[in-house]
Design a binder for this molecule. Structure first.
Ligand code: HEC
Ligand code: HEC
Ligand code: HEC
Length: 486
C-alpha cells in the first residue's frame, strides 16, 4: 500500500511540475498531423487497434463479441498488411460506413455507426496522421476473425447498414457552440453510445433509449442522460469533466473496465475545454427516466458513527463494546480474535481480510479519496451489482491525467460464493440494500456476462428458418405431384 501511495505521490508531483491544465502534447510538429493525432485520441482508435505492449495500430486486439471473437486489424500504413495502399476515400468509407477497401463489410465491433458523423476536415487530418506519422508494421495480426454460421456471412451487414446506418452531415461544427462541440465529441468521436445505449435484438443501439445505460461484457455502463435520479443530472459539470479526465469523482464514481480504457487511451488526452463541452452536452441530453430507480446510484449510505482502528488501544476498547451491535465491529473481531463468533457473516469476514486495509473498516476510504469510500459510490448503489462484482473480480488498473490508480483483482483468490458473500456485505452495509448477488450470477459475470438476445434467439430462428424451408419444399413437391397426376 505504501508503495502505491509513493507511486501516486511521485506521479502527482510530476504532473504538477508539467502543468495539468492543457491536453498532453502531440508527438508531431506538422499541425495537420497533430490535429489528426488528437482526433485519433478522441475517437480512441488505439483502444482496439493497438495491443497492450504491442506496436501502435498493428491490430490483434480480441473483442469478445457475444457472437464470437472479432479481432481488430492492422491499420498501420504497411502496403502489405495495413492500409498503405488505401486512398483517403477508401479510408473514410471504412471508418464511416464499415466497408473495407476490397469491398468486404466490417462488423460493427468497429464503431463505424458512430464514426459516420466524423467531419470531412477531421477525416482528412486523421488520414494524414495515420498514413504519415504511424510506423508501418508488415505482419498480419496473429489472429483473424472467423465467426461461425450465420454470423460469418459478412454481406448480411449490408442489410443491417440499410436498417441502422445513418448518413449525418460532414460539415464542421461551429467552434463557438459548446453544446454542438460536446455533442460531436460524445457521439461522432467518443462513441459513448456504443457502450452506454442499450441494443435491440439485432445488436443496433436503440436510440429511443439514448445513453440510458447498458450491459457490456459483464460491466454495466450506467445511465448518463441528464435524469437527476437515474442519470448524471445530479453531477456538476466540473465533476463530470474531472471524471472523464482522471477516472474518478469523489463521492460519485470511479472508472474501471471499458471506462478505464476510455480514460487511459483517450479522454485524459483531451483539452479541458473539450471535456467541459462534453460534460455540458451530457447535462443537456433528454432525461431517460426509470421509475424503478428511487435514489441516485451515488446517493446511498452514510458514514458509520464510529471508525474502528485495531492498532489503537482506546479504539480497540470501543470496538469490543460495539462489536455485538454493528456488523463491521463483529467482522473485525471475527477476523482478528473471535473467529468462531456464530453470527459473523462470511461476507463481513472476507471484507475485513481483503478490503478493509484500503477501503477502511468503516468503508469510508481514505481522506484523499485515493482509496474511495464504498458509500456515495455508484458501484455499490446502482440498479445492478455488476460493477461491484466485476471490480472485485478484475480490480482497477487505470492511468488518468492525475496518475495511476490500482486495486488488485480477486478473481483467483476468491471463489464465486465468496465474491457473492463479500458483494452482499458491501451492498447491504454501504450501498443499495436491495442488491442481492448469488454465486451463479458471479459465475456468469466471470464468464463475460449474459449472452445477448440475438445469440439466445438465433438457434430458434435458425430452427424456424429450417422449418419454413421444409414446409415450402413440401408444398412445392405436393404442387408438382398434383400437376403430374393431372
Ligand atoms: C471498439 C473497437 C474499435 C475502435 C474504437 C476502432 N476500431 Fe477500427 N476496427 C475494429 C475491428 C474489430 C475491425 C475489424 C472488423 C471486422 O473484421 O469486421 C476494425 C477495422 C477497421 C478498418 C478496416 C481495416 C481493413 O483492413 O479492412 C479500418 C480502416 C479501421 N478499423 C480504422 C479505425 C479508425 C481510424 C479508428 C478510430 C477513428 C478505429 N478504427 C477505431 C475495431 C475498432
Ligand atoms: C467501452 C465501453 C465504454 C465506453 C466507450 C464509454 N463508457 Fe462510460 N462507462 C462504461 C462503464 C462500464 C462504466 C462503469 C465503470 C465503473 O463503474 O467502474 C462507465 C461509467 C461512466 C460514467 C460514470 C457514471 C456513473 O453514474 O457512475 C460516466 C459519466 C461515463 N461513463 C461517461 C462516458 C462518456 C462521456 C463516454 C464517451 C466519451 C463513455 N463513458 C464511453 C463503459 C464505457
Ligand atoms: C490495495 C487496496 C485495495 C484493496 C485491497 C481493495 N480495493 Fe477496492 N479500490 C481500490 C482503489 C484504488 C479503487 C479505485 C479508486 C479510483 O478509481 O479512484 C478501488 C475501487 C473499488 C470499487 C469501485 C469500483 C468501480 O468500478 O467503481 C469498489 C466497489 C471496491 N473497490 C470494492 C472493494 C472490495 C469489495 C474489496 C475487497 C474484496 C476491495 N475493494 C479491495 C483499492 C483497493
Amino acid at each position: 500500500m505504501r508503495k502505491l501511495h509513493a507511486l501516486k505521490l511521485a506521479a502527482t508531483a510530476l504532473l504538477l511540475a508539467a502543468g495539468t491544465s492543457g491536453a498532453i502534447a502531440a508527438q508531431t510538429s506538422d499541425p495537420l498531423a497533430a490535429k489528426g493525432e488528437y482526433i485519433a485520441r478522441a475517437a480512441d482508435c488505439a483502444a482496439c487497434h493497438t495491443l497492450k505492449g504491442g506496436k501502435p495500430f498493428a491490430g490483434g486486439y480480441a473483442i469478445a463479441s457475444p457472437l464470437g471473437t472479432i479481432y481488430a486489424t492492422n491499420i498501420t500504413p504497411s502496403k502489405t498488411a495495413g492500409i498503405g495502399n488505401w486512398t483517403e476515400a477508401q479510408f473514410a468509407r471504412a471508418v464511416r460506413e464499415g466497408v473495407s477497401a476490397d469491398g468486404h463489410h466490417l462488423y460493427p465491433a468497429m464503431p463505424y455507426p458512430d464514426y459516420a458523423g466524423i467531419s470531412d476536415s477531421d477525416m482528412h487530418a486523421l488520414y494524414t496522421y495515420m498514413t504519415t506519422q504511424v510506423a508501418p508494421v508488415d505482419g498480419q495480426a496473429a489472429h483473424v476473425t472467423a465467426l461461425g454460421f450465420p454470423y460469418g456471412i459478412r454481406s448480411s451487414m449490408a442489410l443491417w447498414n440499410l436498417l441502422y446506418l445513418k448518413s449525418p452531415s460532414h460539415a464542421d461544427v461551429d467552434a463557438g457552440n459548446t453544446l454542438a462541440r460536446g455533442r460531436y465529441l460524445v457521439n461522432a468521436l467518443g462513441h459513448c453510445s456504443s457502450c452506454h445505449t442499450p441494443r435491440n435484438l439485432l445488436m443496433a443501439t436503440d436510440n429511443s433509449r439514448y445513453l440510458a445505460g447498458a450491459d457490456v461484457a459483464g460491466w454495466h455502463a450506467p445511465n448518463i442522460s441528464s435524469d437527476p435520479v437515474a442519470g448524471i443530472g445530479g453531477w456538476s459539470e466540473g465533476e463530470l469533466a474531472g471524471f472523464l479526465k482522471t477516472g474518478h469523482a469523489a463521492g460519485k464514481a470511479q472508472a474501471a473496465g471499458g471506462m478505464a480504457e476510455a480514460v487511459e487511451n483517450s479522454l485524459r488526452y483531451l483539452s479541458d475545454s473539450d471535456l467541459h463541452a462534453m460534460a455540458a452536452y451530457l447535462k443537456s441530453v433528454p432525461a431517460q427516466h426509470d421509475p424503478a430507480v428511487t435514489h441516485p446510484a451515488y446517493g446511498y449510505g452514510q458514514a458509520p458513527a464510529r471508525i474502528y482502528d485495531l492498532d489503537n488501544a482506546p479504539s480497540r476498547k470501543s470496538l469490543d463494546a460495539a462489536a455485538a451491535s454493528t456488523p463491521i465491529g463483529e467482522a473485525l473481531l471475527a477476523s482478528r480474535t473471535y473467529t468462531d463468533l456464530p453470527n459473523v457473516t462470511e461476507g463481513a469476514r472476507l471484507f475485513t481480510d481483503a478490503c478493509a486495509s484500503c477501503h477502511q473498516p468503516s468503508g469510508a476510504g481514505t481522506e484523499d479519496h485515493y482509496y474511495p469510500s464504498l458509500y456515495h459510490n455508484s458501484a455499490t448503489g446502482g440498479v445492478t451489482a455488476n460493477n461491484l462484482v466485476m471490480a472485485i473480480l478484475h480490480g482497477v488498473d487505470r492511468t488518468g491525467a492525475d496518475g495511476p490508480t490500482y486495486m488488485p483483482a480477486f478473481d483467483r483468490d476468491m471463489n464465486d460464493a465468496q465474491i457473492a458473500a463479500v458483494s452482499n456485505f458491501v451492498a447491504s452495509s454501504y450501498g443499495n440494500p436491495a442488491l442481492k448477488v448469488d454465486a451463479a450470477q458471479v459465475k456468469m459475470l466471470r464468464a463475460g456476462g449474459p449472452p445477448p438476445a440475438l445469440k439466445l434467439w438465433m438457434p430458434r430462428l435458425l430452427a424456424l428458418g429450417a422449418i419454413v424451408i421444409l414446409l415450402l419444399a413440401g408444398l412445392l413437391i405436393t404442387l408438382l405431384r398434383r400437376k403430374r397426376s393431372r
